[in-house]
Design a binder for this molecule. Structure first.
Ligand SMILES: Cc1cc2nc3c(=O)[nH]c(=O)nc-3n(C[C@H](O)[C@H](O)[C@H](O)COP(=O)(O)OP(=O)(O)OC[C@H]3O[C@@H](n4cnc5c(N)ncnc54)[C@H](O)[C@@H]3O)c2cc1C
Length: 498
């Protein structure tokens, strides 16, 4: 018989949620129920075999999100989220970065008191006890040529996560072991048959609304009934679904909720604001010879660079793909070739900020997503993207890549002026799939903050958010391990407050 009441309910078993649930259950604070909308990933080789990660895009565990028209970016772009245990850590490319100290220093400046690198060190150590990270094997001669070409273009060869983070090029680190992705689910929940006694994981259990009673989160509403939480509800449904769930439950901007007929239990106008992402560009070449199909996940090397030498830290990242770059279907109308490789620049610290809003009061509807790509008034983001495309071309022109380089397929050799590159960037821009910031953490007196530095939602007792949506600012690096760290930190805060 189903137990209908728990001490803690965690909504969403993704990168952060799996860590929250495991650590809370181990802390001896009472019973914990993790509710995951999607199925289990256990035994699902589509998910577990990291090498096949690009194949998940067409499956039922991949949910697509359309965008509102993007006047300065690519309106045809689709975001994807994995609806499965492990969340997007069960879908992603496994690129594993220790969060940068400088990113946490920015978070502290923006009001995330207690999130400085020293305070987070114990949580990071605990994360590393469970999440195995290793350097991608040196398997592919074309990836090797990319690294050599970057060195020839003037970048230092680096070991990511080991050398101090700065400009550099090298093979990426991945959260994988023997080719099996070390998602949050694998790392924190598997085997599901041997979970801590205090933890129950329920898959295929999408939460439709939070129950807010007398100013407290009292539980959650599921399709088949309600579950009550005696102590806390912790929402970990990701940067799209967490703010949606809050708003549907009457925690959000009254001006948005009232026209939809939703109650206002707590006026939190920041819910859904501060929608952040890493926009990505694609520079693609035909390979002059067949590319050997040997790689952990076909995106096993990258570089970081400064767009201007005087900058204190890199502001451009370029991933290297042993494949065509239009994996998300955004590039069309460009010549195709059987063998392609690409360099995909992204803006590490974008200044454009978007907003998520409810489409309706129906929990089955996707939210409206307006990322405002390339909308920052100074033109910072598009200028960085153009600099990234130019840098990609410089690296590709270096001698080590010459034997591999065929025709430039996109943007194509005729696109050389800054204007042409700006147009190309806006029309074909993709995403590194790092949405964040929609339940931003901040000081108690910051009216647009959604959670305080202890991840407690403004004006509602017993309710926290812990996932990418609490990021006060975008991380410079790929954020999956940062999300798991948010999960570890959240469990630490809940235990301290219990
Ligand atoms: C294609 C792709 C490639 C990526 N590549 C990388 C990479 O290589 N390296 C990297 O660092 N980052 C990568 N990322 C980003 C990274 O995976 C995410 O930033 C991270 O997983 C976000 O963690 P999260 O906990 O915020 O949300 P998620 O991991 O998305 O977890 C949210 C969970 O909540 C569940 N959920 C949603 N709504 C409900 C509901 N109503 N009820 C119950 N459960 C619900 C979802 O099913 C999901 O399991 C990639 C992302 C994608 C999509």
């Amino acid at each position: 018989m189903l137990v209908q009441s728990f001490d803690y309910i965690v909504v969403g078993g993704g990168a952060a949620g799996a860590a929250v649930a495991r650590r809370l259950a181990e802390a001896g604070l009472g019973s914990v129920c993790l509710l995951e909308a999607g199925p289990s990933d256990e035994g699902d080789q589509r998910v577990l075999k990291l090498r096949d990660w690009m194949g998940i895009a067409g499956t039922e565990i991949n949910r697509e999100y359309e965008l509102e028209p993007q006047p300065h970016g690519n309106s045809g772009l689709r975001h994807t989220r994995a609806i499965v245990l492990g969340g997007c850590s069960s879908h992603n490319a496994g690129i594993a970065f220790k969060p940068l100290d400088s990113d946490f220093e920015t978070w502290v400046e923006r009001g995330a008191e207690g999130w400085d690198p020293a305070a987070l060190a114990p949580a990071w150590e605990r994360l590393r006890e469970r999440v195995h990270v290793e350097t991608a094997a040196d398997e592919n001669p074309l990836s090797r040529a990319f690294v050599e070409a970057g060195v020839e273009a003037g970048l230092p060869r680096v070991r990511f996560n080991q050398d101090p983070h700065g400009e550099g090029i090298g093979r990426l680190q991945l959260n994988q072991r023997d080719g099996v992705r070390q998602s949050s689910s694998v790392a924190y929940l598997h085997p599901l048959a041997a979970l801590p006694a205090a933890l129950e994981v329920r898959t295929e259990s999408p939460v439709r609304r939070l129950l807010i009673e007398d100013g407290r989160a009292a539980g959650v509403e599921l399709a088949g009934g309600t579950l009550r939480a005696a102590r806390e509800v912790i929402v970990c449904a990701g940067a799209f679904e967490s703010p949606k769930l809050l708003a549907l439950s009457g925690v959000g901007d009254p001006e948005e909720l009232r026209p939809l007929g939703l109650p206002v239990h707590s006026a939190v106008p920041g819910v859904g604001r501060n929608l952040l992402d890493h926009p990505e560009g694609t520079v693609m070449w035909e390979a002059a010879r067949p590319i050997p199909p040997r790689s952990s996940q076909f995106w096993d090397a990258a570089l970081f660079a400064k767009s201007e030498p005087a900058l204190p830290r890199p502001d451009l990242m370029i991933h290297f793909g042993l494949t065509a770059g239009d994996v998300k279907g955004a590039l069309s109308g460009f010549p195709e070739a059987e063998h392609c490789f690409c360099l995909t620049p992204n803006v590490m610290y974008p200044r454009s900020v978007g907003r998520l809003r409810l489409r309706s009061a129906d929990p089955d509807d996707r939210p409206r997503l307006d990322f405002g790509y390339f909308s920052d008034p100074e033109g910072h983001d598009v200028a960085k993207m153009v600099a990234g495309i130019e840098l990609a071309r410089r690296v590709a022109a270096a001698p080590a890549l010459r034997p591999w380089r065929g025709r430039e397929l996109a943007p194509g050799p005729e696109a050389t002026s800054a204007e042409a590159l700006r147009e190309f960037a806006a029309a074909t821009q993709t995403t590194v799939s790092h949405p964040a910031g929609t339940c931003r953490m901040g000081r108690a007196d910051d009216e647009l903050a959604v959670v305080d530095p202890r991840l407690r939602v403004r004006g509602v007792g017993g309710l926290r958010v812990a996932d990418a949506s609490v990021f006060p600012a975008m991380t410079g690096v790929n954020p999956c391990l940062t999300c798991m760290l948010v999960g570890e930190r959240c469990a630490e805060l809940v235990a301290a407050d219990a």
